[in-house]
Design a protein around this ligand. Structure first.
Ligand code: GYE
Length: 328
């Protein structure tokens, strides 16, 4: 391992804070060097995820973290990983923007004997030895929770047989979060003769993009029963556009808005009824990564694939206490 030797100096020579050599207070400790390639800062979820990683992998916990924000571009992530390899880091943590196209850069990491831990999103590969561990959400399950709830809600609205017009605003195309959440809706539409997707657009997990696409959709003033947004930011953008165009967002006699993440802001929209259902997606993944690294350091076995447990909140049961109790 290539840990950085760090000198913790008790006494500093006053002139220019130059360390006094060989003082008795001198201690040597080793930091584990981690290169973290993050997707970007596109959502509140992402910001909370970055914070969690920075907090868990801080110097006081024995880490030197080299952080890179890829601004939602795979090219930037590949460049960052190559630079981590050149810097001979101990571990690479990667949150891959999209699932495909990782084999050759991860082969370079493997050749350099640097373990790669995937967080949040996954990769599509035929060679599972290209990564050491994955920690994140089960996006397919999140989507299934959402469509199951919608099915029950439409029965309560007595819409189990009349046409249900759905607008589908997708997350970044090709990302695990988009693939899992979209697939659940597509399966459900396939199994319900009266559900139909009247518009499907890429909202890129941002409020601005969702506002833009939703503003175009409402121009034709169609009957909209449900808007299925693949994160909180998209739901907020879609609601802005819907309300501006005169639609009401509420569960009984308006547009049912479904969101994922359950961040503070998303849940406050749920409390006031404008988001009907918010499926939780937990961004606090830093401690899980630290545990994985610590097990690997001690030569202990790890579970290769770990999913975080998650729940859901709807406008009927959410309370202010639920919101206040959340860390993100
Ligand atoms: O839902 C969204 C973010 O990959 C789970 O990415 C993550 C998603 C999250 O930008 O808000």
């Amino acid at each position: 391992m290539k840990k950085v030797a760090v000198l913790l100096i008790g006494l500093l020579a006053l002139a220019g804070c130059v360390p006094a050599p060989n003082t008795p207070d001198q201690k040597e400790s080793e930091l584990i060097v981690v290169g973290f390639s993050q997707v970007g800062a596109e959502s509140e979820w992402r910001v909370a995820n970055t914070e969690s990683m920075k907090t868990a992998l801080c110097e006081a916990n024995g880490y030197e973290l080299i952080y890179d924000d890829a601004r939602q571009e795979q090219e930037n992530q590949i460049r960052a990983i190559r630079s981590f390899i050149q810097q001979d880091v101990d571990y690479i943590v990667l949150s891959p923007n999209t699932e495909t196209g990782w084999d050759s850069i991860l082969q370079e990491a493997k050749d350099a004997h640097i373990p790669v831990i995937l967080v949040d999103r996954r990769i599509e590969t035929t060679d599972e030895s290209l990564f050491t561990a994955y920690i994140g959400s089960d996006f397919g399950l999140e989507g299934e929770m959402a469509v199951q709830w919608l099915d029950e809600m439409l029965q309560k609205r007595a819409q189990q047989s009349s046409p249900v017009n759905i607008v589908h605003i997708q997350g970044t195309l090709g990302s695990s979060a988009q693939i899992g959440r979209s697939r659940a809706l597509e399966n459900a539409v396939f199994h319900h003769a009266n559900w139909r997707v009247i518009a499907k657009e890429d909202g890129d997990f941002t409020r601005a993009k969702a506002y833009e696409v939703m503003s175009a959709i409402v121009k034709s003033k169609p009957q909209i029963d449900v808007v299925y947004c693949e994160n909180d930011g998209e739901a907020l953008g879609a609601i802005d556009a819907l309300e501006q165009a005169g639609y009401e967002c509420n569960v009984w006699n308006g547009v049912i808005v479904i969101a994922f993440d359950a961040t503070h802001l998303g849940l406050s929209y749920c409390l006031d009824g404008r988001i009907s259902l918010n499926v939780e997606c937990n961004p606090l993944q830093g401690p899980y990564v630290a545990n994985i690294i610590s097990a690997l350091e001690q030569g202990k076995p790890i579970e290769k694939i770990q999913h975080i447990e998650e729940t859901q909140f709807d406008c009927f049961t959410i309370t202010q206490k639920d919101i206040d109790g959340r860390a993100y």
